[in-house]
Design a protein around this ligand. Structure first.
Ligand code: PGA
Ligand code: ZN
Length: 436
């Protein structure tokens, strides 16, 4: 039984306020802290901010906190819904209390915190680990699949102060034999990358961006990928570590063109066709296994055109915003082959699971993701195992809010093995993890 719900403002990894939730049941107090994006999709659920310039430059979240304590909390306590069995009904109640399509009324930041805390409380009440509770909720089958961690080791776009238009350059240790080995290999590559950057650009070049990756003074996609090739080779993992890119291209799409110089003084606009050629050339030259948001959220025609002949997993982030309506539209338009899953894009755990299961039904993959503004909350680590998505991105192997998720996954892997469970590391089959 839920007996109390408290919300309070806390800081996220960029130093902006966010909502922290404490939900009390007879089993204890269960906490959740809500993340926040920078390159957000236009159709994401609404993150409610107060807009008072004198308070955190307009970013304070008192309205969201007020909504938790005065509207959601009392209604949920009165409902008598049980956290161990009623997650879906709880989320439906939250959606109904808000009454809008995009949670603009109570705020997705208010609603998500409650939904996450209920799942944690539900797991405890049912005597389950959170990943097991989420597995039960999602209907995912065994064996347990440990995900390939995609580490964003070079940050660009709106996540860093360098001139690089592409937001994320990730390494994916598909050739590891376990999750913990994948972390070790990638951490070694990260340290080699640091040395290479220091040698090439000087010690000031190893400052990091929002997701813990380095942000050296480079601008072109091939410069980033060449650095990754060198670091992987120096670490001795050629062939075992592949790459992925998230250009987050909605950020530099203007008037029908993609301006790769949007952070530079010199504009460098590419037509969608020129950008497609650039991707094909990068895909042929580098061991890339996944491409996310190569086109803007409203440039559906380019997505569909590119998807006809895309040899790697094509992930929709801003395009889909973890919302089954856009997943369905993308399926009809044959626009992509995978859904990025960010829980705060949609605002409740049940809706995120529903969108993921719809993606699975279309034969797609699901890629679980953190946000650039994160917290030490490690909920998504359990989510990726519970939903058996086979891959997760949580930034570089650096910064507490990033490694909290990776460390929790190491802990889950250790616990499953100690219990004698069958555990599969997704490896090169990460796209097909739900069907392994
Ligand atoms: P965001 O970036 O959290 O700033 O949206 C992550 C991403 O685009 O995948
Ligand atoms: Zn993205």
């Amino acid at each position: 039984m839920i007996t109390a719900i408290k919300a309070a403002p806390r800081l996220d990894s960029r130093g902006n306020p966010t909502v922290q939730l404490d939900l009390t049941t007879e089993h204890g107090v269960f906490r959740a802290i809500v993340p926040s994006g920078a390159s957000t999709g236009a159709n994401e659920a609404v993150e409610l901010r107060d807009g008072d310039p004198s308070n955190y430059s307009g970013k304070s979240v008192h309205k969201a906190i007020h909504n938790v304590e005065n509207i959601i909390g009392p209604a949920l306590i009165k409902s008598g819904l049980r956290v161990e069995t009623d997650q879906k009904k709880i989320d439906e109640l939250l959606i109904a209390l808000d009454g809008t399509k995009n949670k603009a009324n109570l705020g997705a930041n208010a609603i998500l915190g409650v939904s996450m805390a209920c799942a944690r409380a539900g797991a405890a009440a049912a005597g389950l680990e959170l990943y097991e509770f989420l597995r039960r909720e999602s209907g995912a089958k065994k064996p347990y699949v440990m995900p390939v961690p995609f580490f964003n080791v070079l940050n660009g776009g709106v996540h860093s102060g360098n001139k690089m238009a592409f937001q994320e350059n990730m390494i994916a240790p598909v050739g590891a034999s376990s999750f913990s080995e994948a972390v070790r290999m990638s951490s070694e590559v990260y340290q080699h990358l640091k040395q290479i950057l220091t040698k090439q650009f000087g010690a000031s070049a190893v400052g990091i961006g929002d997701e813990g990756g380095f942000a050296p003074p480079i601008s072109q996609p091939h410069e980033a990928l060449d650095l990754l090739v060198e670091a992987v080779s120096e670490a001795g993992y050629e062939g075992k570590i592949k790459f992925a890119i998230d250009p987050a291209s909605s950020e530099f799409f203007k008037n029908g063109t993609y301006d790769l110089g949007f952070k530079d003084d010199a504009p460098n606009p590419l037509s969608p066709e020129q950008l497609m050629d650039l991707y094909h050339s990068l895909l042929s030259k580098y061991p890339i296994v996944l491409l996310e948001d190569p086109f803007a959220e409203n440039d559906w025609a380019s997505w569909t055109e590119f998807c006809k002949n895309c040899p790697v997993e094509l992930v929709g982030d801003d395009l889909l915003v973890t919302n089954k309506i856009y997943v369905q539209e993308a399926h009809e338009k044959k626009a992509c082959t995978a859904m990025l899953l960010k829980i705060n894009q949609i605002g409740t755990i049940s809706e995120a699971l529903e969108a993921a299961n719809l993606a699975y039904r279309y034969g797609w993959s699901v890629f679980v993701s953190h946000r650039s503004g994160e917290t030490t909350d490690d909920f998504i680590a359990d989510l990726v195992v519970g939903l058996r998505t086979g891959h997760i991105k949580s930034g570089a192997p650096c910064r507490g809010e990033r490694v909290a998720k990776y460390n929790r996954l190491i802990e889950i892997e250790e616990a499953l093995l100690a219990r004698g469970e069958e555990v599969v590391y997704a490896g090169a089959k990460f796209s097909a993890a739900s069907r392994l």
